[in-house]
Design a protein around this ligand. Sequence first.
Ligand code: SAM
Length: 232
Amino acid sequence: QLSHRLTRVAHYVPQNAVVADIGSDHAYLPCYLVLTGVVNKAVAGEVVKGPFESAQKQVQQEQLAEQIDVRLASGLDAIDVEDGITTVTIAGMGGPLICSILEQGKEKLVGIERLILQPNVHAKAIRDWAIVNGWDIVEEEILKENEKIYEIVVLEKTEAVIFWTPQQLLMGPELLKNQTVIFEEKWMRESAQWKKIVASMEATAQTLEIIEKKQELVKKIQLVEEVLQREN
Ligand code: SAM
């Protein structure tokens, strides 16, 4: 049984896409996609030997070796143009790590139509990366599993000039359009956390670094509170 989180990631994979799941661990996501008939061909990339072997084992157990190619490689080194990949999924890592995988493998993104990214933390890094690199945010979702809140950001290549406000970059343009209870919970949690940090910063020596960090947090708290207050 696939986790709720990965089931939601799978939901954004187009029918008949050719998928590369980077950082696939047990290859649960590509196995699910093939077994449910969404895709017929996938690559599971893993950089660490243990998870790579788990992925191989899982694919063999499910008898999916014909459809799923498990590869030991870092990031997008796992794929080549000849694979004809149309959709890349990267899930269960921090936003900055996902961005560094995309950044380091930029030349491999030519021809890719959709990126389905599920950062565990700091989704803003992904939105910042998208805006700089010509990817539009087409769908977003926020979900909760085992008390943890996760975001999914779906990107598609665009030629258009995109502009997102600081609030949209922080909280997600699509998520802001349809604010759920989980969305509110996430931002209440985050701003409470930031307020604690600001308070502790106020109790220490006011170096330039501390002052700047504090200002940055205060700004983020303001952005979040504007949205939460609008709702309540
Ligand atoms: N994607 C799965 C999920 O969402 O449940 C697994 C998430 S697991 C926490 C992160 C996986 O990414 C680990 O197995 C790790 O080895 C792998 N990973 C980290 N950096 C990577 C990289 N640069 N290239 C490929 N895999 C990477």
